[in-house]
Design a binder for this molecule. Structure first.
Ligand code: HEC
Ligand code: HEC
Length: 326
């Protein structure tokens, strides 16, 4: 089946929202772009290669069944989060943490580890954090299957290149800090009906995987996961949540609401998460992203601002002071 082919990103949606959210002229003048089209699953070839692609897709859509805490292949992940809880529609949704160009962009330098990772190692990163697990063997059938699937998703994408719709949506950065109290109200209004009152989500009747994944608590992602960083989280939510009504290019929340709810969900003072040692993250401090809140920092901004923003001035500082090869 074919997911959301040829969806318009940003421009069109902003025109539609024009009456109630007052976009800037700059936003209005953005060109309309067509998102990259993932091949149809009906075109997955027969034979051994096709089998691996299908198995890989199945793993991305049903990870806990195979490699979760009670997985049939082995207990690798420490929670029941599914890859496709975040990599929406099996990593094929425009602006939804998709795998459009992933296979074409690895190996690449990763700041969090301070070294070059290949795609298999990057997959294991997500199994360790946010899935709170241990890496699966790089030469396992399961790893090869997921790589085969991602390669197939990226069919025709040139090595090293990005394609339209492959990133999270652009979100304007608020000029004030994100506000967890305001975010609590956004949560009640827009999120609680699915993600539940205490952010614990809802498991299916067999307890095998989530109908609505958890957003905090011991079964959710750990600190230091990309989803725990405010800009990433806000951009993901802005582009994709509430799940039933936000469509690629048609946000429901305002950027401020997305940042406020991200601040509420990721506020460690009120919402506990599994422990993780963050001391080895970003060994080169001048590679820390603006929204990574654990010091030391190379810039003059306090940890509080790295957590809640405003991020614009930090990013400006980083652009100005961080020169290549430092
Ligand atoms: C809680 C949400 C979440 C879950 C669950 C999750 N990931 Fe991720 N993953 C992310 C985020 C966020 C990124 C970073 C994307 C970015 O930097 O823009 C990411 C990045 C990746 C990337 C790199 C993509 C690229 O193009 O750079 C791969 C590959 C990946 N994840 C695979 C997986 C696999 C396989 C699973 C399941 C075993 C998984 N992820 C589970 C949130 C998640
Ligand atoms: C109609 C139900 C619904 C609503 C409302 C909703 N979500 Fe979701 N959300 C989902 C589903 C379903 C998924 C997982 C998608 C999948 O597995 O295909 C998800 C995934 C997520 C994820 C990534 C997975 C994880 O556990 O970290 C985040 C973050 C998230 N939602 C945040 C929010 C926020 C914040 C709101 C409110 C602004 C919201 N959602 C509203 C249904 C909903």
């Amino acid at each position: 089946m074919k997911f959301l082919s040829g969806i318009l990103t940003s421009g069109m949606a902003i025109l539609m929202l024009a009456c109630n959210s007052g976009p800037s002229t700059e936003e209005l003048s953005k060109p309309l772009t067509l998102a990259y089209q993932v091949p149809d699953t009906a075109q997955i070839p027969n034979g051994e290669e096709g089998e691996m692609i299908r198995y890989g897709r199945n793993l991305i859509l049903n990870f806990p069944e195979y490699l979760g805490p009670e997985g049939s292949v082995g207990a690798y992940a420490g929670n029941k989060l599914n890859c496709s809880n975040c990599h929406l529609e099996g990593g094929t949704r425009p602006n939804g943490l998709n795998f459009f160009s992933s296979h074409a962009r690895y190996p690449q330098f990763r700041a969090r580890e301070g070294k070059i990772l290949n795609l298999a190692e990057r997959i294991n990163n997500c199994i360790e954090r946010p899935l709170n697990g241990k890496p699966i063997p790089l030469d396992s059938k399961e790893m090869n299957a997921m790589l085969s699937y991602m390669k197939w998703v990226s069919t025709g994408v040139e090595t090293g290149k990005r394609v339209p719709g492959d990133d999270l949506p652009e979100i304007p950065l608020p000029t004030r800090p994100a506000n967890p109290e305001k975010g609590a109200l956004v949560y009640q209004k827009h999120c609680q009906r699915c993600h539940a009152q205490n952010g614990e989500g809802v498991l299916d009747s067999m307890g095998k995987k989530y109908l609505y994944p958890p957003l905090w608590g011991k079964s959710s992602y750990q600190p230091g996961s990309s989803m725990h960083r405010l800009i990433k989280h806000a951009a993901f939510v802005y582009g994709n949540m509430p799940y039933d009504i936000a469509k690629p290019g048609k946000p429901v929340l305002t950027p401020e609401e997305a940042f406020d709810v991200a601040a509420f969900v990721n506020d460690d003072r009120i919402h506990p998460r599994p422990y993780v040692d963050l001391s080895t993250s970003y060994p080169l401090i001048h590679h820390k992203p603006a929204d990574f809140p654990i010091g030391p920092f190379d810039d003059p901004y306090p940890a509080e601002q790295h957590k809640f923003g405003p991020f614009g001035e930090i990013i400006e500082w980083q652009k100005k002071h961080r020169s290549a090869g430092k």
